[in-house]
Design a protein around this ligand. Structure first.
Ligand code: 2BA
Length: 111
């Protein structure tokens, strides 16, 4: 069985609870503070290295601890003529619960 790296991008507010749940499930994790390219807001990227057979369990823990949120983005204002008034019309986006990549790990080395 191979080793997998699960890269999960989650909401910052879910990250601590997720770290705790992973630890309680017997999984090591690393949290990196990241920024989404669309909202340009802070999110969290969790790294979990584990045996392939554990991947479904890790995905379940992530699913149970990460929640979908609705956020609003203000589109960039258009070029305005003097005297024109720009009324921002926020766009609704659904964020998360989690965006997950599962990748093969060639080797896991500990020194
Ligand atoms: P953001 O890039 O800040 O995106 C936040 C949410 O905005 C996305 O939620 C999606 O609903 C929306 N969104 C993103 N790009 C859009 C676009 N071009 N047009 C309209 N709406 C757009 P999620 O899909 O749940 O993604 C949450 C976060 O996961 C993203 O934050 C980003 O940090 C990461 N992510 C998502 N897909 C990714 C990918 N293919 N590669 C790397 N990171 C990804």
């Amino acid at each position: 069985m191979g080793t997998k790296l699960i890269v999960a991008i989650v909401h910052s507010d879910d990250a601590d609870q997720l770290t705790t749940a992973l630890r309680e499930g017997g999984f090591s994790s690393t949290k990196i503070s990241t920024t989404g390219g669309f909202l340009r807001e802070g999110n969290a990227t969790m790294l979990v290295g584990t045996e392939e057979q554990n991947v479904p369990r890790v995905l379940e823990i992530i699913k149970n601890n990460c929640h979908t949120r609705t956020q609003y983005v203000n589109p960039l204002p258009p070029v305005m003529e003097p005297g024109e008034l720009y009324m921002p019309n926020p766009v609704e986006v659904q964020v998360g619960g989690a965006v997950i990549f599962v990748v093969d790990v060639e080797r896991l080395i500990r020194y």
